[in-house]
Design a protein around this ligand. Structure first.
Ligand SMILES: Nc1ncnc2c1ncn2[C@@H]1O[C@H](COP(=O)(O)OP(=O)(O)OP(=O)(O)O)[C@@H](O)[C@H]1O
Ligand SMILES: [Mg+2]
Length: 285
């Protein structure tokens, strides 16, 4: 159920960007979904999913965004319009790409949509959580921050904005119906997302000396051997946009990198970003 105060603020035409904050299992994604559906009756609504572990838009390891179509039934019905590769399953240790990716995709979404809703991870604890959420809000400059908490655990972050006019902050308690997910449920969900993503994958050979290699030195790649097998990479197009993930199949030190990927045949690879995640075994035969 969408709280009345939120519905009223969100429906105002001047409210363009809304960021949802809260710890794990507080009901963020469900509220984003319900509000996005409701608002899509009158507006073009973009959703940016900056949760890199439990992604709903785009595969795990990425920030993703899409436009809510009318009468959509679940997240799978929302076409992904863009991704940004973070290369990890948690923003911890990857704050910069998480914040940069969220900002870039939010800007892209704003150029197509009346309003943009930004979902986030449950990382709110300690210095890391505060730095992540405060820099994200600083750079996104949202009209509204929606904070959801079980107790008062989000207060140290929400208090950051108590003395300033923008963003406005609305706070809610987690509804009692919200269910916690176990570690196994999160792992299984992620594996399933990877499995779906790579279902239509093919083998693609890339001459890696002719494109940019990020986060792994060409020397290391040349001596890579079997260690890189299954490693998740992002394939950037010639315009510098992340277009699809790949999983390393083979590295030929003479200069050919072979990856499994669902990347469209018509897209030329201009760069390869190495992540810190390996695809779970059994997904690629
Ligand atoms: N209002 C609600 N009524 C019934 N079930 C709900 C409600 N809100 C959330 N849930 C359920 O509770 C669970 C957790 O909710 P949700 O995934 O929205 O939380 P979250 O804060 O986004 O979690 P995460 O930390 O994984 O991002 C889900 O299974 C969801 O279906
Ligand atoms: Mg969520």
């Amino acid at each position: 159920m969408i709280p009345k105060s939120l519905r009223r603020k969100a429906e105002d035409p001047s409210c363009r960007v809304i960021v949802f904050l809260g710890g794990v299992d507080t009901g963020k994604t469900t509220l984003v979904w319900e509000l996005a559906k409701e608002l899509s009756k009158s507006y073009t609504i973009g959703v940016v999913d900056s949760d890199v572990g439990q992604s709903h838009l785009g595969p795990p390891t990425t920030v993703g965004w899409g436009i809510m179509p009318p009468d959509v039934e679940d997240w799978d019905g929302v076409e992904v319009r863009g991704i940004y590769f973070v290369g990890a399953l948690s923003p911890q240790g990857h704050l910069l790409p998480t914040v940069v990716g969220t900002k870039l995709l939010c800007d892209e979404a704003r150029s197509f949509c009346d309003k943009v809703l930004v979902d986030t991870t449950g990382l709110i604890w300690g210095d890391v959580g505060r730095i992540l959420k405060s820099t994200k809000v600083d750079v996104l400059d949202p009209d509204l921050v929606v904070g959801i908490q079980k107790g008062r655990e989000l207060e140290p972050i929400l208090n950051l904005w108590k003395g300033i006019r923008r963003p406005q902050v609305l706070k809610f308690q987690t509804p009692p119906e919200v269910r916690s997910k176990t570690w196994e449920m999160r792992y299984t969900y992620r594996e399933e997302r990877f499995r779906k993503y790579f279902r239509e994958a093919r083998l693609l050979s890339i001459r890696w000396r002719e494109v940019g290699i990020y986060h792994l030195s060409p020397e290391r790649l040349a001596e890579a051997g079997d260690r890189q097998k299954g490693r998740i990479v992002s394939l950037r197009d010639r315009e510098g946009k992340d277009r699809a993930l790949g999983a390393v199949y083979e590295v030929d030190p003479r200069g050919v990198l072979v990856v499994w990927t669902p990347l469209g045949e018509d897209i030329e690879v201009g760069g390869v970003l190495f992540g810190e995640v390996w695809l779970p075994e059994g997904i690629l035969s």
